[in-house]
Ligand binder design. Sequence first.
Ligand SMILES: [Zn+2]
Ligand SMILES: [Zn+2]
Length: 162
Amino acid sequence: MLGVAVGDLRSRPVGFQQAVALRVSAEDVPDLGLAGDLEVRGTATNLGEDGVRVDLQVEAVLLRECARCLRDVELPIDTEAEETFHDSGDEPLITLDTIDLEPVIHEAVVLAEPMRVLCSPDCRGLCPKCGKDWNEGPCDCTDDEPDPRLAALAKLLPPREE
Ligand SMILES: [Zn+2]
Ligand SMILES: [Zn+2]
């Protein structure tokens, strides 16, 4: 729960805004895998009968693993999020007093995260045979044992002229 009190905002005229500023530590949202604090800034707007809308800017540094060499990668994200919170229930109507920004922040981070993380665009990755990090240099098993699938393919191609 990353709660923001909006009770005072709800007593103001429709369209009234209040600032939202939160600093969330990595330990408070362990499932996001943050390298440091996450910062949220923005506004909450009183929409009257329609509830409260928040417009947020979410900044964080994610700690991920390179898809090729498995090194730690720090991935900065800076993204926007918007959500409307409604009053709930019919009778008695439960008026919003506190809104929980955790799901909004969670979704914003997931959407901003790239599908595939690389430590650098030309990361060479790990040797599938011995596990050596090819970014640190070649290993002994790269040349002498060609991939069997490539060897089969080579037979289908005309001999190379050198
Ligand atoms: Zn890598
Ligand atoms: Zn190797």
